[in-house]
Design a protein. Structure first.
Length: 337
């Protein structure tokens, strides 16, 4: 009797276990047939990471064989996936309206840039105060205006403006500082060529105004470009020729009128002389034409003999006087104080 009960208990246990197994398998069965499931393939994932290919979902089909040798594997896919990078861009470094994939920690996502688009650059004129160029993107360069007057000779000695150290020594507090003579070769200790005292000459020394006139950038005087428009004249005629000079005469197209020009005084005439040169003694590179290595009248009378006037020899820059009825060359000037 006991054997029968034991057998019956085992039979019931086996029946219960078979029933539970059936129930469990029934629960893990898919609710839909696999043929109705759409998804991307591993190859789609690889192509998206490798080239940005959009890809498309496809209907699942039961594979008939194993993967081919040309199919990309999961390791290949991971090799194409970006990784975090401490030097990745952030939104402030990418132009607004453009997108990028954030590689910095905490920014792992497709992100829109926030950098300001400032448009085309502009020309900036320097002033006495700082000018701020807005941060952001510029579609063309910003340009700082240059100035041909930004040269050492136009800046006070030891003053630095935009990286240019000045050499001009004229601002001494006196109204008429004396310029250098131009002589740079020394023939004895303590001579002019050794010490080179005086206000430094600007560079360029002269400016051709392309209208028949030349400006001396050291003195501001404006000279007739032609140094021999009138030929030789007695002193009184020389004074009159200069005073009547006007636009349309002697190659002038400067709009000047009669009375604007004059015969230069001795100081003005001597201001042209470069004592390191001769025949003529003018600074190298001068733009004047028809300069004569001869005597030129000044408007200055000789105080020791008032029938005489001072003149300069444009061979070596020497000064002497002669009777006012002598004939010498004429070189008109205008401007100055």
């Amino acid at each position: 009797m006991k054997k029968k009960l034991a057998f019956l208990s085992k039979l019931i246990l086996i029946t219960v276990m078979l029933f539970m197994t059936t129930v469990l398998f029934a629960q893990i069965e898919p609710t839909n047939d696999p043929e109705n499931t759409s998804s991307y393939t591993l190859e789609d994932l690889y192509n998206r990471l490798n080239a940005g290919t959009a890809g498309s979902q496809s209907t699942f089909t039961e594979p008939l064989s194993g993967p081919s040798s040309t199919m990309h594997l999961i390791n290949d896919i991971m090799g194409k996936a970006p990784t975090l990078h401490g030097s990745g861009a952030d939104a402030s470094k990418v132009l607004s309206g453009y997108y990028f994939w954030g590689l910095l920690p905490g920014t792992w996502a497709q992100t829109e840039g926030t950098m300001t688009n400032n448009g085309a650059g502009s020309t900036i004129t320097p002033t006495t105060s700082n000018q701020t160029i807005d941060a952001g993107f510029w579609s063309s360069a910003n340009t700082v205006s240059g100035d041909t007057d930004l040269v050492a000779g136009n800046i006070k000695d030891d003053i630095v403006i935009f990286g240019v150290t000045g050499t001009y020594e004229g601002e001494t507090g006196y109204p008429a500082p004396v310029p250098k003579t131009g002589q740079t070769t020394s023939y004895a200790t303590g001579d002019d060529g050794d010490l080179e005292k005086g206000v430094a000459w600007p560079s360029p020394r002269f400016t051709d105004n392309s209208n028949g006139t030349v400006t001396d950038n050291l003195t501001g005087l404006i000279w007739l470009k032609s140094a021999n428009c009138f030929g030789s004249r007695i002193w009184a005629t020389a004074l009159g020729d200069c005073n009547s000079l006007e636009n349309g005469c002697c190659g002038l197209s400067d709009g000047s009128s009669a009375g604007d020009w004059r015969l230069p005084n001795m100081k003005e005439l001597l201001s042209l002389i470069d004592f390191s040169q001769f025949s003529p003694p003018l600074p190298s590179g001068y733009p004047f034409t028809d300069v004569q290595s001869n005597y030129y009248w000044s408007s200055t009378t000789d105080a020791s003999a008032t029938n005489d006037a001072l003149h300069v020899l444009l061979y070596n820059g020497s000064v002497s006087s002669a009777n006012k009825f002598s004939t010498y060359y004429v070189w008109p000037v205008r401007g100055g104080e």
